[in-house]
Ligand binder design. Structure first.
Ligand code: AHR
Length: 636
């Protein structure tokens, strides 16, 4: 029934798509555009991505690791996501062993004592994955673990992917030769002609008695660009469609941690996984740190984005701060080392470390952000902390642009990061927020923003709020050099979300873009390089627009947002211009502000392309209710 109503609505939209005679409309909004009068430059880096470990964004999200809790974290409830397996009359027990592990970073392990087992009744452990393990037919999954045993008699270890529904293995591999020393073992699990499903788990068993110690159990599906230790393809493709120009990482609150010792300590996130100790994220779960500094940079490389590197600046969320001066010096040095790891040549200490980690070429870096949301530091130490970082970084890297996370009184930062989490009505009212901002002040980075309506992902009402806001970002993009929505990701499985209204949702095997995601795809796909002189009459409170020009292609991009429940007729004048008669329209539209996409209905709202005929220097169109659209007009 719902589907039928929606189809009717789409048919109605087709009617609105036709042009209207200009004359008949006296309450008509009138928009005059001068494509031959470029006004302000549009920042080519206006749209990017903001990311942190929240809502299972990396672990259980982008980072394609299929084993959950691969390092055997345990609390009062036991060892998360790991269970004992005793087939038939097998007898075994498992316990976390604090006395032995494969590395200094991972000094503990899981001890599996098998006192009785045989081929038909093996014993071992199983992992339930991130709400299951997504398997596809004819696919190779590459895995590894570190292990040792007290006896060679324990025999080969069997690793299987097992269907939760049948209890039968769908892929199996054997690992031989466990010894009394810690060693890494690798295996490949290849599925046959199975149905795609997430209802699977991993089993690691032996058919003889003996004791086995195991640590860092890992399993990866094919990843985007086949990057080892890489990323989920569906999520990378969704981001690629947004044409992001930069990635702000690693936070957000994730940079700061609740406590200083829970900050994003980048040196503990590089090198082999076995040398990464893991750490607690402020969003209340353990981060595997598989997504370390070099993986963030690889993500930038894959999507052709510039890193916007946020460095820890001496403030953590539980009101812990480091006093500026001598106490802060080690943290400043850490930031300098981090910049060197990203940008340094092979003859620098940290550049050489990056080369050793497998990336000889330095990365391009223009922007470094000093901290995150330091206005919440009640010690008011940020002015001095920022100044200390600024002095040290500029002395070594004078060309870097240093972002402050709050307005400063004592100095003008290169760039200031502003954050906004609001309702749609606030964005409608605030779409002109930056129109009168002092052009002699710092450049602006809107480093986190979102219209927070819709759980877990934004609905059409939120997308309309976002789009109204984005018209203001574009109009003021002479000072707003970058902007990014937050949070980017949410795992929609039960318990996956810590912060609601997130741009892209996913479960274990599939993902979807919200209406707000598509609004961003529209805006970033038709950016342009200059705004053009314009004027609107009779706009009313719910019509928003941005007009830019792509000088090289001689194209005018007109973004129009009708946030009203009524259709909005609009007369357009392009005095002195010679537009092509046929223009392209790309639009998202919905019957209601609450209409949304979901994991079960991912395509309810998606861009629809159509042609607009009879375009001239004076023409009209009608915007359907609740619509975000781009009109691309070729100019002769
Ligand atoms: O985006 C969610 C959180 O909001 C970020 O971690 C923090 O910077 C902001 O308060």
């Amino acid at each position: 029934m719902l589907k039928k109503t929606f189809a009717g609505f789409l048919a109605l939209l087709a009617l609105f798509a036709s042009t209207l005679p200009v004359s008949a409309q006296n309450t008509l909004a009138k928009l005059t555009l001068h494509p031959d009068q470029p006004t302000t430059a549009v920042s080519p880096m206006l749209y990017g991505l903001m990311t942190e470990e929240i809502n299972y964004s990396y672990d259980g999200g982008l980072y394609a690791e299929m084993v959950r809790n691969r390092t055997f974290f345990a609390d009062w409830s036991g060892i998360h996501n790991w269970y004992l397996y005793e087939g038939g009359n097998a007898i075994a027990k498992m316990v976390r062993d604090p006395a032995t592990g494969p590395s200094t970073a991972l000094p503990t392990s899981l001890k599996v004592e098998i006192s009785q087992a045989e081929a038909q009744s093996p014993a071992g452990i199983l992992n339930t994955g991130w709400w299951g393990m997504a398997l596809r037919p004819g696919t190779a999954y590459h895995g590894s673990f570190y292990a040792k045993s007290d006896t060679a008699a324990i025999g080969p270890i069997t690793v299987s992917l097992v269907s939760d529904n049948t209890g039968k293995p769908v892929a199996t591999a054997t690992v031989n030769g466990l010894s009394s020393d810690w060693k890494q073992y690798t295996f490949t699990l290849k599925t046959g002609a199975i149905q795609p499903s997430s209802a699977n788990h991993l089993a690691i068993t032996a058919a003889h008695s003996g004791t086995l110690w195991i640590q860092l159990v890992s399993l990866f599906p094919p990843t985007y660009h086949d990057r080892p230790n890489g990323f989920r393809t569906d999520l990378m493709e969704k981001m690629a469609a947004m044409r992001p120009q930069f990635l702000r990482f690693p936070g957000g609150n994730y940079l700061e941690g609740d406590h200083i010792n829970e900050r994003f300590d980048w040196k503990k996130t590089i090198g082999p996984l076995v040398d990464r100790p893991t750490h607690r994220s402020p969003w209340n779960y353990l981060s595997s740190d598989g997504m370390g500094l070099l993986e963030f940079l690889g993500w930038c490389e894959d999507l052709h984005m510039q890193p916007v590197l946020a460095v820890y600046a001496g403030y953590s969320l539980a009101q812990e701060h480091v006093n500026p001066g001598a106490d802060l010096e080690p943290y400043v040095q850490d930031a300098l080392d981090e910049i060197e790891y990203v940008t340094g040549g092979p003859n620098t200490k940290w550049g050489a470390e990056r080369v050793k980690d497998g990336h000889p070429a330095p990365f391009k870096l223009t922007y470094v952000e000093i901290g995150n949301e330091d206005q919440f530091d009640r010690s008011n130490s940020y002015e001095d902390r920022y100044a200390q970082f600024y002095k040290a970084i500029k002395a070594k890297y004078p060309d870097l642009q240093l972002i402050a996370t709050m307005p400063l009184k004592n100095m003008k930062p290169d760039v200031q990061d502003d954050h906004y989490y609001v309702r749609a009505t606030q964005n409608f009212a605030d779409a002109h927020h930056y129109d009168k901002t002092d052009r002699n002040g710092p450049k602006i980075f809107v480093g986190e923003w979102a219209t927070r309506e819709g759980i877990p992902t934004p609905n059409m009402g939120a997308a309309l709020g976002d789009a109204a806001w984005m018209t203001g970002l574009e109009r003021n993009s002479d000072i707003i050099i970058m902007s990014c929505y937050a949070p980017l990701f949410v795992n929609v499985n039960p318990g996956g979300m810590q912060w609601d209204t997130d741009l892209i949702g996913y479960n274990t095997s599939t993902s979807f873009g919200s209406p707000a995601y598509y609004a961003q795809v529209l805006f970033s796909s038709y950016l342009g390089d200059h705004t053009v002189a314009s004027n609107i009459e009779n706009a009313g409170a719910k019509l928003f627009y941005s007009a830019t020009i792509n000088s090289a292609k001689k194209q005018l991009y007109l973004k129009l947002v009708n946030a009203s429940s009524d259709p909005k007729p609009l007369a357009l004048a392009l005095p002195g211009s010679h537009p092509a008669a046929n223009a392209k329209v790309v639009r998202i539209s919905a019957p209601d502000t609450q209409t949304t996409n979901s994991i079960d209905d991912p395509g309810r709202i998606a861009p629809v392309e159509s042609a607009l005929h009879n375009v001239s220097s004076n023409f009209s169109l009608t915007l359907p209710p609740y619509t975000i659209q781009v009109v691309q007009i070729d100019l002769h």
